[in-house]
Design a protein around this ligand. Structure first.
Ligand code: HEM
Length: 358
């Protein structure tokens, strides 16, 4: 969908100042939602890494907003938790106080999700009614809201896989679907906000630079996907050396599963190796992209975004290695998950700033 003045009725009516104000207002709102999704992704990482994600066995989008308000309600929820294998296998006998500790993080994660929905929907209605957003943009934003609701359902679909017999964690596949949908939503809202703010397409950079930026976006996305499988399989708890894995560059047993494709998602050694390899290629390509941008003398937002990409990817690489060497402490693992979103953000803003005029 093109972003032009038809999306901002005040401009069409010949009021450029009002249109500019509307654009800034709408963009600020969309970027605020992005910031909330970023916090949500970090909270999700902390929830997973502290083993809190399976503590609420019900999916109650409305009534679940309130935490337990009586001792009887705490006991009821604790009773439900005692029925799942994670309690039997990992937390047996940790008592109501232990249960409360893991409950609060998962509850906060869900509450934050509901808040994002409210912060998206209410301004959407108000801005659309006041004519601050035009007819052309409303369906796209409504679709994004519906996708947000779907993400809540996918979250529950993921959590439900943790209740299977003998299971103490959720399915890695469902975890990756949940992470991917969160990032698709994040990128779509970010891109929409950027397009609202900068509807005029100014061509800058060279075709070679634009190709490198696109490659960076693809590689960052693939590395994040691979990271999802490392997290889902808890593959960071093994091979805690760098750069060698058990004394070898390519770990023994890389291709031990048949058919071969299963190794990419189910074999701890291969999943961790692939993430390392992809991260290394991503970091090199992102730094080459920054160098190409400096050579092409890009300025303004494009320069800022490319510099941010270089810094973020280097920090993320270092964080990844530290997380691995220290055997995934929750604080570092959460930071690694959060900074991944910043790397993606820098790559997407670079792409937007350098996009081609059609
Ligand atoms: C461009 C660089 C990198 C990106 C974008 C990236 C991204 C990610 C993401 C998104 C996750 C978690 C996904 C989730 O929780 O669902 C993850 C997990 C992980 N990554 Fe990276 N990563 C990068 C570099 C590295 C490097 C260089 C290493 C180590 C050599 C590393 C080691 C790990 C480990 C051990 C985990 C699992 C942590 C956990 O269980 O929470 N990463 N990565």
């Amino acid at each position: 969908m093109p972003f032009d003045d038809r999306n901002f009725p005040a401009a069409a009516a010949g009021a450029p100042d009002a249109a500019l104000r509307n654009r800034r207002l709408v963009a600020t709102w969309l970027f605020s939602v992005c910031a909330m999704i970023w916090v949500m992704i970090a909270l999700g990482g902390a929830t997973r890494l502290t083993g809190s994600g399976l503590s609420i066995m019900e999916w109650a989008p409305l009534s679940g907003t309130l935490p337990p308000l009586s001792e009887a309600e705490w006991q009821r929820l604790y009773g439900l938790y005692q029925q799942i294998p994670q309690y039997e296998l990992l937390n047996k006998g940790f008592g109501i106080d232990g249960f409360k500790q893991i409950f609060w993080l998962e509850w906060t994660h869900r509450l934050w999700g509901r808040l994002i929905g409210v912060v998206f929907l209410l301004p959407l209605i108000v801005l659309a009614v006041r004519g601050a957003i035009g007819r052309h943009l409303v369906p796209r934003l409504a679709l994004l809201f519906a996708l947000g609701g779907l993400q809540g359902a996918v979250g529950w679909f993921m959590v439900a896989s943790g209740f299977f017999p003998d299971s103490t964690t959720v399915s890695p596949y469902r975890l990756v679907v949940h992470l991917t949908l969160a990032l698709v939503l994040y990128v779509a809202i970010l891109w929409t906000g950027l397009s609202v703010l900068r509807p005029v397409r100014v061509l800058s950079g060279t075709p070679g630079l634009r190709r490198l930026v696109k490659l960076s976006v693809v590689l960052v996305s693939l590395t994040i996907l691979a990271g999802g499988f490392v997290a889902g399989l808890r593959a960071g708890l093994d091979y805690n050396t760098f750069p060698l894995m058990d004394g070898r560059l390519v770990p023994e047993g890389y291709a031990r599963l048949v058919p071969f494709l299963r190794n990419l998602t189910e074999n701890v050694a291969a999943v961790q190796f692939d993430h390392r390899l992809l991260a290394t290629v991503t970091a090199l390509v992102a730094l080459a992209t920054l160098a190409a941008g400096l050579r092409a003398r890009v300025t303004g937002l494009a320069l800022g975004a490319l510099l941010a990409l270089g810094v973020a990817v280097a920090a993320q690489y270092a964080l990844g290695v530290a997380t691995l060497l220290l055997v995934v402490p929750p604080a570092l693992g959460t930071a690694h998950q959060a900074v991944a979103v910043l790397v993606l953000t820098a790559a997407i803003v670079s792409l937007h700033a350098l996009r081609r005029v059609s």
